[in-house]
Design a protein around this ligand. Structure first.
Ligand code: UDP
Length: 414
């Protein structure tokens, strides 16, 4: 059932070039304290979306520190992932009537049961990401490991029926981790509830330095005119990312900035069956407009291309209306590109200081900010520099490794 993702090790010392010595020393020392610890992260998709993005660079860092870390992905069919996408949406507040049906609950639970039966028990710690595999702990009653549930979505106001269904399974964990305090559902009772924000890898192909002219050339090859402004949104084809809000804002801004181009870069994920319909709808909009482009991981847009878009676009938009964190925001800020983003969920944690002036609550506000930024390149540069500082200080991998290893140490030492 579950399958292990092939990963190697990476080099923590590279971070010494850009992060404080105290931080890296603490991370190395935590690694020594926990040397040989067997840790397994579990989620529901090997690609597409923030969790997969995180784990692919996080696990190799743990390994180089001496932790025997693995990443395993549960299996499921389309029915299962339709239910779990509903659970994901419901944690973010959308009602899910189907969860009242016994057959739906049974399908979710029986999938978790079969995955649990196949799970290699030889780990000291399991970290289970998001609601899809949340009942694995329940179906591993013999396990002596420590179990942590990591919630990546904005679960501050979950649909009550869904939350009442999931809550008992989550309360069986040793600890739960949320991105920020306000995401912790009010009635969750658990020995340990803590918070930590996600982070990006500065050296991955998604975020490594690429010269601007190479990025521009890559974009030109895809059909963009570098003499005209380009704004881009990068995200799964998901309703909470508000792609149609972004398209409407672009259309409004285009009245002031003729020739403006829009790129909608999206990805599909194994656990996200809703993406296809959304893709078709966005494509229909793109068909009406020669300056609007839609690309996906299925049409050759991989990490390097996303990197190029995030570097060479004049402005990155992330008009989410619910957002767990929004790695795409950190990725763009890291590249010193100004970001206009929805004032939602975890995004304001990243857009602090002057950047907070570019948190938007409506299509009109988004359009207005696009025009404002495109007319002021010096401001864009200042915001870009401020953004990079924020990410360097708070949202790079070693800080996340430190937070997670501190938590693990506190659990295994008990
Ligand atoms: N992503 C990508 N290609 C795409 C769309 C998204 O590589 O076409 C990546 C993006 O760069 C980011 C992740 O998927 O690393 C999305 O994470 P985020 O936290 O922004 O949103 P989530 O999908 O987890 O809700």
């Amino acid at each position: 059932m579950l399958y292990k993702i092939s990963l190697g090790t990476s080099d923590i010392n590279k971070y010494r070039l850009i992060q404080s010595r105290e931080l890296i020393d603490e991370v190395v020392s935590l690694g020594k304290d926990l040397k040989g610890l067997r840790l397994c992260h579990i989620n529901s998709t090997p690609f597409g979306g923030g969790v997969a993005e995180l784990l692919v660079s996080y696990i190799p860092l743990l390994r180089v520190l001496g932790i025997e870390a693995d990443w395993q992905v549960i299996r499921g069919d389309r029915h299962f992932f339709t239910i779990t996408k509903g659970l994901h949406n419901a944690l973010q507040g959308a009602p899910l009537e189907e969860i009242k049906k016994q057959s739906v609950r049974r399908r979710y639970l029986s999938n978790n049961l079969s995955n649990a039966r196949e799970l290699d028990p030889n780990y000291d710690v399991f970290i289970v990401n998001d609601p899809q595999p949340a009942a694995l702990r329940h179906y591993s009653p013999e396990s002596k490991a420590k179990w942590i549930w990591r919630c990546h979505v904005d679960s501050s106001q979950p649909d009550a029926t869904v939350w009442n269904f999931l809550r008992p399974y989550i309360q069986e964990y040793d600890a739960a981790v949320f991105t920020t305090k306000k995401f912790v559902p009010k009635n969750l009772r658990l020995g340990k509830i803590t918070t930590m924000t996600p982070a990006i890898c500065a050296f991955s192909s998604k975020n490594m330095f690429i010269k601007k002219y190479v990025c521009r050339e890559m974009l030109e090859n895809l059909g963009f005119d570098h003499n005209r402004f380009l704004v881009t949104q990068v995200s799964r084809f998901d309703r909470w990312k508000d792609p149609f809000g972004t398209i409407s804002a672009y259309r409004l801004a285009k009245k002031e900035i003729p020739g403006l181009q829009l790129a909608m870069i999206g990805s599909f994920a194994q656990d996200d069956p809703e993406g296809w319909d959304m893709y078709a709808d966005i494509q229909a909009e793109a068909n009406k407009d020669d300056d609007m482009f839609i690309y996906s991981n299925l049409t050759g847009i991989g990490n390097m291309e996303v990197n190029a878009f995030q570097r060479a676009s004049d402005v990155i938009i992330q008009k989410s209306i619910r957002e767990g964190f929004g790695l795409v925001v950190a990725e763009a800020l890291w590249k010193e590109t100004p970001v206009i983003a929805g004032n939602a969920g975890g995004i304001p944690l990243q857009m602090t200081g002057n950047l907070s002036n570019y948190l938007v609550n409506s299509v009109e506000e988004c359009a207005e900010k696009i025009v404002h930024l495109l007319r002021d390149p010096a401001l864009c540069q200042r915001l870009g520099e401020e953004g990079k500082e924020i990410v360097t200080r708070e949202f790079l991998m070693p800080r996340l490794v430190r937070d997670e290893l501190r938590l693990i140490k506190s659990l295994v030492n008990k």
